[in-house]
Design a protein around this ligand. Structure first.
Ligand SMILES: NC(=O)c1ccc[n+]([C@@H]2O[C@H](COP(=O)([O-])OP(=O)(O)OC[C@H]3O[C@@H](n4cnc5c(N)ncnc54)[C@H](OP(=O)(O)O)[C@@H]3O)[C@@H](O)[C@H]2O)c1
Length: 252
């Protein structure tokens, strides 16, 4: 797609300061959209792309509600939710503290709920508005060592699937996107040893083409769908092929 197909569009990316969310924020900005990134820390380099930043901590529920209401108050065409708390490391259920479980639910599930709640009314004024939720293969492939992450992402998937069935696709289209494999992101790097080889990992910019395509078409062709994206930026529906499991035994 050439030129600035998203000129005049207003987008919010919750969790757009890093990783896949940043890949989507940059893709939308490069295509001409006015983009606001919400996260706890201001990322380097996004201002140079004309991307605005607003502080948001999804674990601070009241402040998060107010911030999301404020950013959603202007004209709004598309929202992406990509914020995540993975947990400290892969650990079996018996080794995980309750606090970690609560934080996974707070960010990955309640954070999504708060974002939907604040932005759906504004998106519904669009023609239609687009809500993109970044999902995960773990929502389809529960497994050892990541029970909290799996449960919080499965709940997020069910929340978005349910909302998609409620929303009239002429008002708001809801689409989930997920990587076909592991993605080299700051959140994943925090959980890997020094010297780890990331050569088989996808890059966050693999989502760029699909993100722009969805924004241009406002998600009309994919309302209610979950789309798996591979390292070359190709995509397919989970209805055609489920994503490969990233489960592995937990290292002792
Ligand atoms: N990377 C993978 O291999 C992979 C695989 C499958 C699915 N996914 C999914 O892709 C999405 C993004 O993953 P990623 O690996 O790109 O993540 P990441 O590198 O860890 O980035 C996470 C983003 O969430 C924000 N965030 C975290 N806690 C927050 C909070 N309390 N309040 C507001 N923002 C918060 C972070 O910004 P701040 O730290 O500045 O707040 C950052 O912008 C997630 O939904 C994940 O489940 C990723």
């Amino acid at each position: 797609m050439e030129g600035e197909p998203l000129a005049g569009r207003h987008m919010i990316v919750v969790g757009g300061s890093a990783g896949i969310g940043q890949g989507i924020a940059v893709a939308w900005a490069d295509a001409g959209a006015d983009v606001i990134v919400c996260s706890r820390t201001e990322p380097d380099g996004l201002r140079d792309k004309g991307i605005r930043w607003t502080h948001l901590d999804l674990a601070e529920t009241k402040a998060a509600r107010d911030t999301l209401a404020a950013v959603a108050a202007g004209p709004l065409d598309a929202v992406c939710f990509s914020a995540v708390y993975y947990g400290a490391k892969r650990s079996n259920f018996r080794e995980v503290a309750e606090q970690e479980w609560r934080r996974q639910l707070e960010v990955n599930t309640t954070g999504l709920w708060l974002t939907l709640s604040a932005t759906l009314p504004a998106l519904g004024a669009g023609t239609p508005g687009l809500f993109v939720g970044v999902s995960s293969e773990v929502a389809f492939n529960a497994g050892p060592g990541r029970s909290g992450y799996a449960a919080s992402k499965a709940a997020a998937r069910a929340l978005l699937d349910s909302v998609a069935q409620e929303e009239d696709g002429d008002q708001v289209c809801v689409v989930q996107v997920l990587p076909a494999g592991m993605v080299d992101s700051p959140g994943i790097r925090r959980r890997r040893p020094a010297g780890f080889d990331y050569s088989s990992y996808m890059r966050p910019d693999a989502f760029a083409r699909l993100a722009v395509e969805l924004a241009v078409t406002r998600g009309r062709d994919h309302h209610g769908d979950s789309l798996v994206v591979d390292g070359d930026g190709e995509w397919w529906s989970v209805d055609d092929r489920l994503p490969a499991s990233q489960n592995r035994p937990v290292a002792s």
